[in-house]
Design a protein around this ligand. Structure first.
Ligand SMILES: Nc1ncnc2c1ncn2[C@@H]1O[C@H](COP(=O)(O)OP(=O)(O)OP(=O)(O)O)[C@@H](O)[C@H]1O
Length: 343
């Protein structure tokens, strides 16, 4: 549905030229929810704005539904943009217009009749749960309700693609969850391709099918969300994931572990479970089989779209050969074993 080919973007900065994006190649399939994550300044906003040419790439091509947007003239580009809806962090609603009239605006601009607009907008307001709020003004709405108006407005021109620019960053966690659930629902019902940029791995985990990690204007890692969460390759990805799934060792525990007597003669390991391995009583079996004592210090089991995964930090005591055999036995059962270090 979307193909980015060799996208590079330069800005003229006060200290010279800034290369915000460097040779981005990306393919996003029809109907999927694709997340792009990165730290501040990674180039996320620039990248998503290049998809509908709100920013024109300095080099490269943007294909949406098979059409190269970079070669279109102004009128053809305006028409092509009707196939690409967008929602924003700060909603971008017109304060002088009601909920209904905000959603109707893009349709008024293309000259649709009032009755056709009424027919299009009413079910959209129902879809986003604002059927009863059509006459209200933005100032009378909560943040979550404003974003629902933004979503309905983005869907008004019946796009094939929905771009979400930090759409939940201004919302509290509960409202974020409800907006993410709405986006998933819309994706399923309408078969819409959704592209999300965010700095929050939680949003990727709760919403996306696939993810790309952007750093310094380049994609450093991409894959389906479950694989990236369970087998992150790059240090930045590992850091971003740690923030979400609690692999970070609590400070109090770190301090206790740094006292020599506790970890003395014991092996500190982090065990990563995914899929089948989370349902099996592996730790108790390992303890019996290899005469190893396992002290579980910290851990968490979570799930992505119903598929469980997680990690445990354990302190294991036993004979060296038995311990080695125990780690190998776990690895055969799809448990990744890493030596854990206490700083
Ligand atoms: N209009 C501009 N003029 C000059 N430099 C810009 C402009 N817009 C962005 N940049 C620079 O390009 C780089 C990427 O910026 P961008 O806003 O795309 O990153 P981001 O990942 O979205 O960051 P954030 O999460 O903080 O919004 C940064 O170094 C930024 O300073």
């Amino acid at each position: 549905m979307i193909q980015l080919q060799g996208i590079t973007k330069f800005y003229a900065g006060s200290a010279g030229r800034v290369e915000a994006l460097s040779g981005i190649d990306l393919k996003i399939d029809p109907g999927e929810i694709f997340g792009i994550i990165g730290r501040s300044g990674a180039g996320k906003s620039t990248l998503i704005r290049c998809i509908n040419l709100l920013e024109r790439p300095s080099e490269g091509h943007v294909l949406v539904a098979g059409r190269d947007l970079t070669v279109l003239d102004a009128a053809a580009l305006r028409a092509a943009r009707h196939e690409i809806g967008m929602i924003f962090q700060h909603f971008n609603l017109l304060s002088s217009r009601t909920v209904f009239d905000n959603v109707a605006l893009p349709l008024e601009l293309i000259g649709m009749t009032r009755s056709a607009i009424e027919e299009r907008v009413t079910p959209l307001l129902d879809l986003v749960g604002l059927g009863d709020h059509r006459g209200r003004y933005p100032a009378q709405l909560s943040g979550g309700q404003k974003q629902r108006v933004g979503i309905a407005r983005a869907l008004a021109s019946q796009p094939k693609v929905l771009l979400c620019d930090e759409a939940t960053s201004a919302l509290d966690p509960e409202t974020t969850r409800s907006i993410l659930a709405l986006l998933r629902d819309i994706n399923r019902r309408l078969g819409l391709t959704v592209v999300v940029i965010t700095h929050e791995m939680q949003v990727i985990k709760d919403l996306c099918d696939r993810v790309a990690v952007l750093d310094g204007g380049r994609i450093i890692e991409q894959g389906d969300v479950f694989s990236v969460f369970t087998q992150p390759q790059m240090a930045l990805t590992q850091t971003l994931i740690r923030d979400v799934i609690g692999h970070e060792t609590p400070p109090g525990l770190l301090e206790r572990l740094s006292q020599p007597h506790l970890a003395d003669g014991a092996a500190l390991r982090r065990l990563f479970f995914s899929g089948q391995s989370t349902d099996a009583p592996l730790i108790s079996e390992l303890s019996r089989r290899f005469s190893v004592d396992i002290n579980i210090l910290h851990g968490q089991i979570d799930e992505i779209r119903g598929r469980p995964f997680g990690s445990l930090l354990v302190l294991a005591k036993g004979e060296a050969a038995q311990l080695e055999a125990a780690w190998a036995w776990l690895a055969e059962r799809d448990v990744r074993v890493e030596v854990a270090h206490v700083q």
